[in-house]
Design a protein around this ligand. Structure first.
Ligand SMILES: Nc1ncnc2c1ncn2[C@@H]1O[C@H](COP(=O)(O)OP(=O)(O)OP(=O)(O)O)[C@@H](O)[C@H]1O
Ligand SMILES: [Mg+2]
Length: 262
């Protein structure tokens, strides 16, 4: 479904590439985690996929194919068609992406109608249903709230409900749980894994937490200084890796693996 082929990402004001020779294939229903220290290039990879690198960032080498078509050739119109429907993103802080002075419902209805042919009433009903799907049972109530009236975990669920509404084939998530307490974190991760079960969504998730990556992913890529230093399935990374940096990261995981049992 997604083929990232040997890409290099550069920002204008820096001689050193932010990402170098990065490749990754994602099949339907596959979950891959990118793990690595701050500045290793994780966000640059997924923003390159979504065609919105910050600043003056560009993909200077390689190609990114989605369903066989290069995303690098996309026009603004192509992106408007794909983003939010075929490829969606969950941010670290969904609340920050919402308009603080408008209710969740008014923003959700607008988002749904922007991408699909629904009446206001239909969009509202479907929005409420989607909130139920991400275990916000009192959807009507949530729709009538303002972002500041919801907890961080609730806002993250609303963000997932937005991102999943059109059942995208690919979901990109940049540290979607790092601002949450461990219990809520585990629930949100559970929701994401359920999306894969229910809809066959392919997921690329960024996390600092190797235990979390091991818990949820089919494949893990370890990054450092813009390069992939190690990759493999959970068993390989946890038990058979020969890479020094992976061993260092593993040594930093608390023995009980936090709330995730490695
Ligand atoms: N807008 C930008 N302009 C210039 N350089 C940037 C920009 N964004 C990122 N970089 C550089 O690209 C490199 C990779 O950054 P990136 O944000 O992709 O890393 P990251 O792994 O997501 O880090 P973090 O864990 O802190 O989010 C870093 O050296 C960073 O300084
Ligand atoms: Mg980042």
């Amino acid at each position: 479904m997604l083929e990232i082929k040997n890409i290099t990402v550069r920002y204008k004001n820096s001689d050193k590439p932010a990402v170098e020779n990065f490749s990754l294939n994602i099949k339907q229903g596959e979950i891959c985690c990118l793990v690595g220290e701050s500045g290793s290039g994780k966000t640059s990879v997924i923003r390159a996929v979504l065609g919105n690198l910050p600043g003056q960032g560009t993909v200077t080498q390689g190609d990114i194919l989605f369903e066989g078509q290069s995303l690098l050739d996309n026009t603004g119109n192509d992106w408007r068609r794909i983003r939010g429907t075929e490829i969606s993103m969950i941010f670290q802080d969904s609340g920050a992406m919402m308009n603080p002075v408008r209710t969740i419902g008014s923003q959700f209805v607008e988002y749904i109608r922007e991408h699909g042919a629904y009446t206001r009433r239909e969009a509202w009903k479907k929005g409420v249903q989607m909130l139920k799907n991400v275990r916000l049972p009192d959807g009507e109530h949530i729709m009538n709230r303002y972002p500041f009236q919801l907890s961080g975990g609730m806002k993250q669920r609303v963000g997932i409900a937005f991102a999943m509404f059109f059942r995208p084939k690919l979901l990109l998530a940049d540290e979607p749980t790092s601002a949450l307490d461990v219990t809520t974190q585990a629930q949100i991760v559970g929701e994401m894994m359920k999306l894969r079960e229910d809809y066959g969504t392919g997921i690329i998730m960024i996390t600092h937490n190797l235990a979390l990556a091991a818990y949820m992913s089919d494949r893990i890529l370890i990054m450092k200084d813009g390069r992939v230093t190690d990759s493999g399935n959970r068993d390989h990374i946890l038990h058979h890796s020969q890479a020094d940096y992976t061993k260092k990261l593993l040594a930093a995981v608390p023995p009980a693996g936090g709330s995730y049992h490695v």
